[in-house]
Design a binder for this molecule. Structure first.
Ligand code: PEP
Length: 249
């Protein structure tokens, strides 16, 4: 089974109109593998989504960084899955550790969001990952499988889900997981999926790595058998993102 390499650029809460124009220009001019070999999502802040969508090359898809747990209505400040669908946004990133930690999104809230987004026809990049303390207590596999289990309790079809393993201690810190550490977690998670979801899902689902991925480390991490791509934060705002998109070349 070959899983198509998947790379996401998560801009987080960054950018001005001018900066967005510059990044889109850089992306549009970049030489990258053809869409037969790689799937790419670009995730700007909500407010820039229409602008990015209107001028970004069509082989890159746009993703939101979050959405509401259910149908829209009296939920001030939220963006619903229906709105994303209506705008033609195909992907949403859910469960990012910054939302789990800073916005107190529990496993159950994340699972609710994933379930609802999928039911509305969105594709989901589901983020999971352990804290430094959990890693030091050897709880990584347990934490990551618990986070996926919460989603599995609600979701039956995984065809439109990509899982991003993002150790919290590696996000935005410059402290990247070694290729072996990433491979170990991805391998164990795939094994867990095989036992608790299905053998087919385990074979097909893309598990990507996120946490201080750069042009300098992407080839080694991306060369691991169970690493199917990356979710990139800081480096997705820079020229080096094009090199990262070529990690498997
Ligand atoms: C992220 O935001 O998902 C991320 C991995 O950030 P960074 O690449 O900056 O560590």
């Amino acid at each position: 089974m070959t899983r198509k390499f998947f790379i996401g650029g998560n801009w987080k809460c960054n950018g001005t109109v001018d900066e967005v124009k510059k990044i889109v220009c850089m992306l549009n001019g970049g030489e990258v593998p053809c869409p037969n070999h790689i799937e790419t999502i670009i995730s700007p802040p909500f407010i820039f989504i229409p602008m990015v969508k209107s001028c970004l090359r069509t082989d890159f898809q746009v993703a939101a960084q979050n959405c509401w747990t259910k149908k829209g209505g009296a939920f001030t400040g939220e963006i619903s899955a229906e709105m994303l669908k209506n705008l033609g946004v195909p992907w949403v990133i859910l469960g990012h550790s910054e939302r789990r930690t800073l916005m107190h999104e529990t496993d159950q809230v994340v699972a609710e969001k994933v379930d609802y987004a999928l039911s509305q026809g969105l594709k989901v990049c589901l983020c999971v990952g352990e804290s430094l303390k959990e890693r030091e207590c050897n709880e990584t596999a347990q934490v990551v499988s618990r986070q996926v289990q919460a989603v599995a309790a609600r979701v039956g079809c995984w065809a439109n889900v990509v899982i991003a393993y993002e150790p919290i201690w590696a996000i935005g810190t410059g402290k990247v997981a070694s290729p072996e550490q990433a491979q170990e977690v991805h391998y164990n998670l795939r094994k867990w999926i095989d036992c608790h979801i299905s053998c087919q899902v385990a074979q097909d689902i893309r598990i990507i790595y996120g946490g201080s991925v750069t042009a300098a480390n992407c080839k080694q991490i991306g060369g691991q058998p169970d690493v199917d791509g990356f979710l990139v934060g800081g480096a997705s705002l820079k020229e080096e993102f094009i090199e990262i998109l070529n990690a498997r070349n």
